[in-house]
Design a protein around this ligand. Structure first.
Ligand code: PLP
Length: 449
């Protein structure tokens, strides 16, 4: 890409003057000015190119600027750019049909939103109205979005400043053997004890007060913890026994990320509500939604659903979803994600773990992986303390800087780096990124106790 440093400086100056950024102390950030992107790469105005191991925020499942999706958006703009949600519109009908055909079980009705947080807001509202109960149970290690209910359902520390204390959300521990809350030594033990803990939580909260259990099928931002065999099936059984609505949040894990259309397929479970966003159209136009089971849809068959959005099922977003799903089906993107995980990323990361003592655990599948970095492999003490900032976070900052200097954009959260490239990343590109990780992990190794 050609350099245009002056244009980059103008973009940066206007950003610094007027753009208020998410999750940030505005005076302490230094956003990179990006000039363009294609496939698995983006570049800045100095002509420096980065391999994107983050897929944006884990949403460009088919990479940047796929020509078929760009053309579909342009075509829809020429035909019918926008229309109100109460009408039947071709792009919306078609997107709903394609999504419903891919969601598991009887999740056949689609409520469209603008993103993941609104999907969670509406899933919780549906569950409360369907059951007539107030409470929601969710996992401590989770992220479900930044709006009022979604941030309270979230487990990570971004909840703290916005926790109303009256949200009706109760958090519990989901399984995570590497840092087990249950003193378990095997996956079977972890699953069994996590289920007992959940059932105890329900018993002490009062089963008749719990509307929903909300879980990420495979928690994403919180660390890509693949649940042990039997856990999600056990949660399904508990929900059935107590009449609780089971919500699986597939905003990050859906649409190919794990090597299946939806991660729930790995565990043979069907939730009552499934939330999606991100990969549904690779984030080209904001879109999310809730896939609704027949039972919950029936609740709102003759009783109005008390929720809606001006841009529910926006034609541009839906046309992008139709094209994205078409690309994924025609190009075998879901299968590509499965293969890149099995053939390149998984083996590559395990090999790195053997040589780098800062890697405590490698976990994941498909195009969805985490390295848990530690100060001491024996004690598993995290490389930086939980929720560390400033000097305490220096080892992770040094690791990230080492990646960026070498042309790799890493996903970094607390003591972890996630390897979450586009699902259709090539083998050569994935290997290029792993080679950079190898060098950056040597920097992390330097911080070991
Ligand atoms: N749920 C999960 C599992 C997510 O990973 C995210 C975003 O990262 C959200 C919900 C919120 O989605 P959005 O940022 O589109 O509101």
């Amino acid at each position: 890409p050609p350099a245009d440093t002056r244009a980059g400086a103008a973009v940066k100056a206007a950003d610094r003057a007027h753009v208020f950024h998410s999750w940030s102390a505005q005076g302490l950030i230094d956003p990179l000015a990006v000039a363009g992107a294609e496939g698995s790469y983006f570049w800045d105005y100095d002509g420096k190119r980065y391999l994107d191991f983050t897929s944006g925020l884990v949403f460009t499942n088919i990479g940047y600027q796929h020509p078929r999706v760009v053309a579909a958006i342009q075509e829809q703009a020429g035909k019918l750019t926008t229309f109100a949600p109460a009408f039947a519109i071709e792009a919306r009908s078609e997107a709903a049909r394609l999504i419903a055909e891919r969601t598991p079980g009887d999740l056949d009705k689609i409520f469209f939103t603008n993103g993941g947080a609104e999907a969670i807001e509406n899933a919780v509202r549906m569950a409360r109205l369907h059951t007539g109960r107030p409470k929601v149970l969710s996992a401590y290690r989770s992220y479900h979005g930044g709006t009022a209910t979604a941030i309270n359902v979230t487990g990570d520390p971004r909840r703290w400043p916005s926790d109303s204390g009256t949200s009706g959300v109760v958090h519990f521990w989901a399984p995570f053997l590497y840092r087990t809350p249950f003193y378990a030594t095997t996956e079977a033990e972890e699953a069994e004890r996590a289920l007992r803990h959940l059932e105890d939580t329900i018993a002490f909260e009062g089963p008749g007060t719990v509307a929903a259990i909300v879980l990420e099928t495979i928690p994403g931002t919180a660390g890509i913890m693949v649940p042990p065999p039997g856990y999600l099936a056990g949660v399904r059984e508990i929900c059935d026994r107590y009449g609780i609505v089971f919500v699986l949040d597939e905003v990050m894990s859906g649409f190919g990320r794990t090597g299946k259309w939806f991660a729930a397929e790995h565990f043979d479970v069907v939730p009552d509500l499934l939330t999606f966003a991100k990969g549904v159209n690779s984030g080209y136009v904001p879109l999310g939604g809730v896939a609704i089971s027949a039972g919950i849809a029936a609740t709102f068959e003759t009783r109005p659903y008390p929720g809606g959005l001006t841009y529910s099922g926006h034609p541009l977003a839906c046309a992008a979803a139709v094209a994205t799903i078409g690309v994924m089906a025609d190009e075998g993107v879901v299968e590509q994600a499965a293969r890149i995980g099995e053939d390149v990323i998984g083996p590559g990361l395990r090999e790195l773990a053997e040589r780098h003592p800062s890697v405590g655990e490698v976990r994941g599948l498909g195009a969805f992986w985490a390295l848990d970095l530690v100060r001491d492999p024996a004690t598993r003490e995290p490389l930086v303390p939980y929720n560390a900032t400033g000097e305490a976070n220096a080892p992770m900052a040094a690791f990230a800087a080492a990646c960026k200097a070498r042309g790799l954009w890493p996903f970094v959260n607390m003591n972890r780096t996630h390897v979450v490239p586009p699902c259709n990343i090539s083998q050569a590109e994935a290997k290029e990124g792993l080679a950079v990780l190898d060098e950056a992990l040597s920097v992390a190794d330097g911080f070991l106790a």
